[in-house]
Design a protein around this ligand. Structure first.
Ligand SMILES: Nc1ncnc2c1ncn2[C@@H]1O[C@H](COP(=O)(O)OP(=O)(O)OP(=O)(O)O)[C@@H](O)[C@H]1O
Ligand SMILES: [Mg+2]
Length: 290
């Protein structure tokens, strides 16, 4: 590529990132119930996420958060029609299966124990789709860059068993972001980490997001995490999940401890907790980080 063409390509990529959308239209999900019949897990959700930003999906345990996130990523459970009714649109097009623009990060980081940190992050480029898209020199540079960004440059030859939980989650995050996705779907990614490591990972996510904004949907049942990270917080009711509240937080990130203790943050925390207790008294579990 000529030097003069590079800014044009970057501009086109930025445009593509800014025009991303996920729209859920009257989504219902039912699963077969153990004794016959069906259990309604998602009870009619309309939601439009139409620009880069960090969107927190918060709700009690078992309310259907992963089910909704999987739908957004086109992940289909075996033997179950999903959604049961309604539609998921990505950039206005029906989402019928896994799509190239999104990647998922899970609580269980799913790193391969037999591969080094470098090879774990490079793994997508060993698959045909990505191998064909990027020349080896380019993806190797990308892997090196993202490993530096997540602070694992000096660990690149180690195996996952030689890393801590937080470091393993950095590997998973790097493997997702090395693809420069337009949509990043995160399912309680920091839920298994201790409080201090979780906070470090939240700061890292904010830094990486600022470097390359995309549309993030981040599932959590931690109220503090939602307030620290979200541009928008969508609160779900207990099963069957419906939208109980949906609000925007304008405070720039990183959000300080002082903001966390401010009357604005305390009111938002109360608003979430009241909403959840109103809609689902005594059901599911929530965490407020201390
Ligand atoms: N493939 C499936 N078949 C049958 N039932 C399912 C299936 N997937 C999820 N469920 C049920 O749907 C409900 C919601 O599950 P889901 O995993 O979406 O909840 P969640 O909010 O992510 O929970 P958690 O906070 O514990 O991760 C649960 O009762 C679960 O048992
Ligand atoms: Mg879940």
């Amino acid at each position: 590529m000529s030097a003069s063409a590079a800014p044009l390509v970057q501009h086109a990529e930025a445009e593509r990132r800014n025009s991303i959308s996920i729209v859920l239209k009257d989504i219902v999900q039912e699963y077969p119930a153990p004794g016959g019949g069906a259990t309604r897990v998602v009870g009619g959700i309309d939601l439009a996420l139409e620009r880069p930003g960090i969107n927190m999906l918060l709700g009690p345990s078992g309310c259907g958060k992963s089910t909704i996130l999987h739908m957004m990523g086109g992940v289909r459970p075996i033997g179950v029609k999903t959604p049961t009714s309604g539609s998921v649109l990505i950039d206005g097009e029906p989402c019928d299966g896994a799509h190239d623009d999104s990647v998922m990060v899970f609580q269980r980081y799913a790193n391969r124990p037999d591969l080094s940190v470098f090879e774990n992050v490079a793994f997508p480029f060993r698959l045909k789709l990505w191998r064909q898209r990027l020349p080896e020199g380019e993806w190797r540079d990308r892997v090196t860059q993202i490993l530096a960004a997540v602070g694992l440059a000096d660990k690149k030859d180690l195996r996952p068993a030689q890393l801590s939980g937080g470091q393993n989650q950095r590997v998973a995050l790097a493997r997702a972001l090395v693809l420069r996705p337009r949509i990043l779907l995160m399912d309680e990614p920091f839920g298994a980490l201790d409080a201090q490591t979780r906070e470090e990972m939240q700061h890292l996510l904010v830094k990486l997001y600022n470097d390359r904004p995309c549309l993030v949907v981040f599932v959590t049942h931690d109220v503090t995490e939602a307030l620290m990270l979200g541009d928008r917080v969508i609160v779900l009711s207990a099963q069957p999940a419906r939208i109980a509240d949906d609000f925007v937080i304008g405070e720039p990130r990183p959000r300080s401890g002082t903001w966390q203790r401010s009357s604005e943050a305390v009111k938002l925390e109360e608003r979430i907790l009241n909403q959840l207790h109103k809609v689902s008294p005594g059901k599911g579990s929530l965490r407020v980080t201390v």
